[in-house]
Design a protein around this ligand. Structure first.
Ligand SMILES: *[C@@H]1O[C@H](CO)[C@@H](O)[C@H](O)[C@H]1NC(C)=O
Length: 998
């Protein structure tokens, strides 16, 4: 069944609902004003006591003291914490808060018994909690508010959930988020509750922690000397802070820092501390059986990391790891990679070999956990690079082991479980990155991942049942605070989020962190959306001075303009905030905005400087000076971060980021190349330089870009047609040396509008930009209209041919759609004319995703089994108009998702122009098992560009109205932009700006 709707994609699938502020994405049960029924936490300067039972988990007692401290942070009143063993200890004349774990706390069991409270909604479940007011829970207690967890972390999360709603951000210490004060605090009697999380183990991986996190931690958590064996600063003081943060965000799992450290060795308190807090420890993909490898191996074992030649020592090494971890809650990484996080050495026979290794690991776990059913010991096998190849080659592990699918390190998940993989008892999970060291280039300086993209990839993991384990590589943790919390929040309750409300995560986050109203928070959402969009278009580390076109579509200028607007918006906000909120805003929003824009502009100015020098323009020099200024400012911003709050975050911005020449970080920041012209020397061709938009050339004189010979070239020319989205052209009149001059601009026609007909150029004013446009298209004849524009200075005259192509009168007034301009039709994919569903699937907009506006994708995605043959799937239509018979090449800009639907299901879509033959595009190649596909790598590969393009061509297309249809073939294809090249498309990074829509 098909039904049709008109114009922009409809938002039919989801009801928008408004978030409460205090708990990100969670319903609230906290109020600051009393009502008749509300339960007082703090009222009239008194706090309800918090009752626990001494037999509850130590981690619950620890969290209860955080909980009490949080109440004091908000109200200034510290509640009493009391262990209750018999009813006569209950502080009388009070309505207490009673906290405990079902089946563990004798107090809670007593309360449940006495009140007959129905706890079936959480009983026996993983990390669930309920909170509510109860009557007569204990002898002599009329009423109490209970916080009951289904297990240890259920109770911990129950308390932290309330703390967040009271106004204590999980980041109160890690990002200096101030706590809003209230004299009084109340709870609604029905309380808050939460069932088991979507994802069982939700965690982070501190990785590539040098220089930033390590230098900072060394200063803050040691006396200048790190651990005995590895000189690591990551001791229990550091991890205590981290565990608390993780639990406040309702995460539960950590792969610890490992490049120069060994969690269990650096500080023998680390491992028991994690367990005490309630954090489950693991180790990364290349560190089997809970040991930091290779550090611990090199220090404490003998022989090479080679299971062929040194099996006994390695086996023993792993046994020690298992025994050491046995008392604590852990998820064991199994499998093996070669030394240096590289493939095992023995190519060819690896499948059987690795199978043998994993059989040994099973044996040693069975021995160490003697008496425990091995299938109940959580284990993950990370299918990272060549290991994925082994899996695809047929290597299997026991059903109870979780298969952890990685992304490509660039936010594109390699594989989701196929239908038959979704029933494994160990399930599956995803290892994802917001920070990375490796090809095509490191990215570990600043936030550059878009939350809508993380949502798109990770919600698909939910759809495909990859929900047992999620791990996010967070690098140094800062500056990825928001993305980290989103990842964990999505894993906590994925059903809460959909493409249409995912932006509200940032809005409620901004309200929580900066204590602002929802309208202000919306503007922060926009700032953050733009910041991460601009940085995700191309990671800063991959930018160079010609990434954005310096001559076409005013691309470089638009990018600068957008950065400037972003800085203005963020600065205005920063200046309005109270001083106690400014440090957190600086860390979370303002510094990344300032530093990223400074960085982005620095490279563009360097490109402009180089171009202008090649055009013999004196203005090159000032641009070069600007580059030098921005280069210095880059360090000023770093210093500002490091010195704020008396140096609390010293070193946190140590990461070098300027001057990459290969994948690895530069050893210091290096300014991009700038050039200078001699300012006292006159250019050979005279005082005046004429540089028209769209050309690398400059007149008079020779320049290799003026014509193919590079000398004796004709005068410059430019053209403009009536539906070009940019309705004017510019010509830069500049100094070719030290001599000041006056110039005039004149034309031989009256229909041209010239922004200035004269000007003066001098050493203080080296350039003037003249805009030329058509004053009134209706005065022009249909087709080309030529004009001569004359630039005259004292010793120099340049004539420019300007052609205005009038297509206005050709376009039927009845046409509605996109109109050809500049030799192309460019359309943002979301701007459809019609959208037709098939079998309940519809192309749906994903706001905020992608490089320019958004992306559209077939929705719902469901299982990967849903697909269509070309021309039968749900489709969208675009109406377009072209003025000349032509061949049309349709360039489709698609998010660089990988073939993650399974080995026999390559990503694909189909297109049809009018009723011409339907064409399919299988644009994403398969890589060799475990490897990235062709076109992925390199500084201009599709992950670097953050886009894949697919071309389909229809030849012999008549002039006039046409309809282009885009059909679904496979799910999880995200189309961002469609450009129909009718012969005029020029090079640019983002593609031409959107055409005129009439
Ligand atoms: C309650 O008992 C636990 C377990 O013995 C202990 O760790 C905690 O400090 C006690 N709390 C108070 C407030 O006495």
């Amino acid at each position: 069944m098909a039904w049709t709707t008109t114009r922009l994609l409809p938002y039919l699938l989801f009801a928008a609902f408004v978030l409460k502020v205090q708990g990100l994405g969670q319903p609230t049960c906290v109020v600051f004003q009393p009502s008749d029924s509300s339960f007082p936490v703090v009222s009239n300067g008194n706090s309800a006591p918090i009752l626990l039972s001494s037999d509850d988990w130590p981690g619950v007692h620890r969290t209860a003291s955080d909980f009490a401290a949080d109440i004091e942070r908000v109200t200034g009143v510290m509640p009493q914490l009391v262990n209750i063993t018999s009813s006569d200890q209950v502080p009388n004349s009070s309505k207490p808060i009673i906290v405990g774990t079902l089946g563990r706390s004798s107090l809670i069991d007593q309360v449940v018994n006495a009140t007959k409270l129905n706890v079936s909604s959480i009983e026996g479940l993983w990390e669930a909690f309920l909170t509510t007011e109860v009557s007569n829970p204990l002898p002599g207690v009329e009423s109490a508010f209970v916080v009951i967890g289904s297990n240890k972390r259920g109770t911990i999360f129950g308390m932290y959930d309330l703390s967040e709603q009271f106004g204590v951000s999980p980041w109160y210490w890690w990002a200096d988020v101030p706590t809003t004060k209230h004299d009084e605090l109340f709870l609604t009697p029905s309380g808050c509750s939460h069932g088991p999380p979507t994802v069982q183990y939700r965690g982070i991986f501190l990785n590539d922690e040098q220089p930033t996190l390590q230098n900072w931690a060394m200063e803050k958590f040691t006396n200048g000397t790190g651990s005995f064996y590895f000189n690591s600063p990551f001791n229990h003081l550091f991890y205590g802070k981290l565990f608390e943060l993780l639990l406040r965000m309702k995460g539960n799992y950590i792969w610890p820092a490992m490049w120069g450290s060994a969690f269990a060795i650096d500080d023998t308190q680390n491992q028991p501390l994690a367990d005490y807090y309630g954090v489950v420890m693991g180790t990364s993909h290349q560190e089997p059986i809970m040991r930091s490898t290779p550090n611990e191996f090199n220090k404490f074992s003998t022989g090479p990391w080679n299971y062929h030649t040194n099996k006994d020592n390695i086996y023993k090494y792993w046994v020690e790891g298992a025994e050491r971890a046995k008392p604590y809650e852990s998820v064991f990484t199994i499998g093996m990679r070669g030394a240096g996080d590289l493939p095992l050495e023995q190519q060819g026979q690896n499948i059987a070999f690795l199978e043998g290794i994993m059989a040994d690991q099973k044996q040693l776990l069975t021995d160490v956990f003697n008496g425990t059913n091995i299938s109940t010991i959580p284990q993950v096998w990370v299918l990272y690079t060549e290991v994925e190849g082994y899996y695809i080659g047929g290597l299997r592990v026991d059903d109870y082991v979780t298969l952890l699918w990685p992304d490509d390190n660039w936010g594109n998940v390699h594989r989701y479980p196929t239908l038959d993989e979704r029933t494994r008892s160990g399930g599956a999970g995803v290892y994802y990155h917001v920070d990375f060291v490796g090809p095509p280039r490191n990215y570990k300086w600043i936030t550059s991942s878009q939350i809508p993209k993380i949502y798109e990839q990770m919600s698909l993991a939910v759809d495909r049942n990859a929900t047992r384990v999620w791990v996010l590589n967070v690098g140094d943790l800062k500056p990825y605070e928001r993305e980290t919390e989103f990842f964990l929040t999505l894993g906590w309750n994925s059903s809460r989020w959909n493409p249409d409300n995912v932006h509200s995560f940032v809005t409620s986050w901004a309200q929580r962190e900066f204590n602002i109203d929802s309208t202000s928070a919306e503007s922060i959402t926009e700032i953050v959306g733009n910041l991460t969009r601009f940085n995700a278009r191309r990671k800063p580390e991959l930018l160079n001075s010609t990434t954005y076109s310096l001559v076409n579509y005013r691309e470089a200028e638009s990018v600068i303009d957008a950065w400037d607007k972003l800085v203005d918006a963020s600065t205005a906000f920063y200046n309005k905030l109270p001083s106690e909120t400014q440090p957190s805003f600086f860390q979370l929003v303002h510094h990344p905005v300032l530093a990223s824009s400074n960085f982005g502009k620095l490279y563009i100015y360097a490109g402009m400087n180089n171009l202008r020098a090649s055009q013999a323009r004196l203005s090159a020099n000032a641009l070069g000076d600007q580059v030098e200024e921005l280069f210095e400012k880059d360090f000023d911003l770093e210093t500002q971060y490091h010195t704020m709050l008396d140096g609390k975050w010293d070193h946190m911005m140590d990461q070098t980021h300027l001057g990459y020449v290969y994948f690895q970080q530069p050893m210091t920041n290096v300014m991009p190349q700038i050039t200078k012209v001699q300012k006292r020397k006159e250019a050979l061709a005279g005082v005046m330089r004429i540089s028209p938009e769209g050309s690398f050339g400059a007149w008079p004189g020779d320049n290799k870009f003026q014509c193919s010979d590079g000398y004796n070239c004709p005068p410059p020319s430019m053209s403009l047609d009536a539906f070009d989205p940019i309705q004017d052209r510019y010509v830069d009149v500049g100094a070719g040396g030290p001599t000041p001059f006056d110039f005039t601009v004149s034309a031989n026609v009256t229909w041209l509008k010239i922004s200035d007909t004269s000007g003066s150029i001098s050493l203080d004013n080296t350039e003037k930009r003249i805009f030329v446009s058509v004053a009134d298209w209706s005065k022009l004849k249909t087709g080309p209209n030529a004009a001569l524009i004359k630039f005259t200075a004292k010793d120099s005259v340049v004539q420019l041919t300007f052609t205005a192509i009038n297509t206005r009168s050709t376009l039927p007034s009845t046409f509605k759609g996109f109109v050809e301009g500049g030799g192309l039709i460019s359309i943002e994919a979301a701007h459809t004319a019609r959208n037709t569903s098939v079998d309940g699937l519809l192309w749906h907009n994903l706001p905020g995703i992608g490089r320019t506006v958004s992306g559209i994708t077939p929705w719902p995605r469901g299982g990967s089994e849903v697909n269509f043959t070309a021309g039968t799937g749900p489709w969208v239509e675009y109406d377009l108009y072209n003025f000349n018979p032509t061949n049309m090449t349709v360039v489709t800009f698609i998010s660089p998702s990988l073939n993650a639907n399974g080995p026999d299901r390559p990503l694909a879509f189909a297109m049809q122009l009018d009723d011409k033959a339907i064409q399919s595009s299988y644009y994403m190649p398969f890589g060799d098992p475990g490897a990235e596909p062709a076109g992925w790598d390199g500084p201009d590969g599709f992950v670097a560009n953050s886009i894949v393009t697919a071309n389909l061509t229809w030849s012999g297309v008549s002039a006039g109205k046409h309809t282009l249809k885009l059909f679904m073939i496979e799910p999880a294809v995200i189309v961002q932009k469609i450009v129909i090249d009718t012969g005029g498309m020029k090079s640019s990074y983002l593609g031409p700006p959107e055409s005129m829509l009439v």
